[in-house]
Ligand binder design. Structure first.
Ligand SMILES: [Zn+2]
Length: 118
C-alpha cells in the first residue's frame, strides 16, 4: 500500500507548515491526486487517521480530489478530458496525444489551521 508513504510525506509538509505559521491545530487538509497515481482515497484516509494521531493534524477533516485525465491531441489541437485512460484521442483516434493532467499530481491544495486565538 503506497498510500502510507504518500501520507508520511504529506504529514511532514503539514507539520512544517503548522510550525511555520505557529498553528496549534490543523482543522482541514485538502489534497489533490492525478487519476494515474492510482491512489485510493479510502487508503489515504486510513493512512492519515493512523499517521496524524498525536500530531497537530489529529482529527482534521480530509478533502480528497482526484484529478481526471486530460490529454492534448496535436491532431485536433484540442484538450480532451478522458473518462478512463486510453492512449489515443477519443475524437480523431490519433495516437499523437500527450497527457497534460491527471497523471502524477500529488499536492496539498490547502490547509486550514486554528491558531488558538479565539
Ligand atoms: Zn484528436
Amino acid at each position: 500500500m503506497h498510500e502510507m508513504g504518500i501520507v508520511q510525506s504529506i504529514m511532514e509538509i503539514i507539520e512544517q507548515q503548522a510550525a511555520l505559521h505557529r498553528a496549534e491545530k490543523v482543522v482541514k487538509v485538502s489534497l489533490e491526486f492525478g487519476t494515474l497515481t492510482a491512489v485510493m482515497p479510502d487508503a489515504i484516509r486510513f493512512a492519515f487517521e493512523v499517521l496524524s494521531r498525536d500530531t497537530v493534524a489529529a482529527n482534521a477533516e480530509l478533502d480528497i480530489t482526484i484529478i481526471p485525465i486530460a490529454i492534448w491531441c496535436t491532431e485536433c489541437s484540442r484538450r480532451h478530458v478522458l473518462e478512463a485512460y486510453r492512449p489515443t484521442c477519443p475524437v480523431c483516434d490519433s495516437a499523437a496525444v500527450q497527457i497534460i493532467e491527471g497523471r502524477d499530481e500529488m499536492r496539498i491544495v490547502s490547509l486550514e489551521v486554528d491558531d488558538g486565538e479565539r
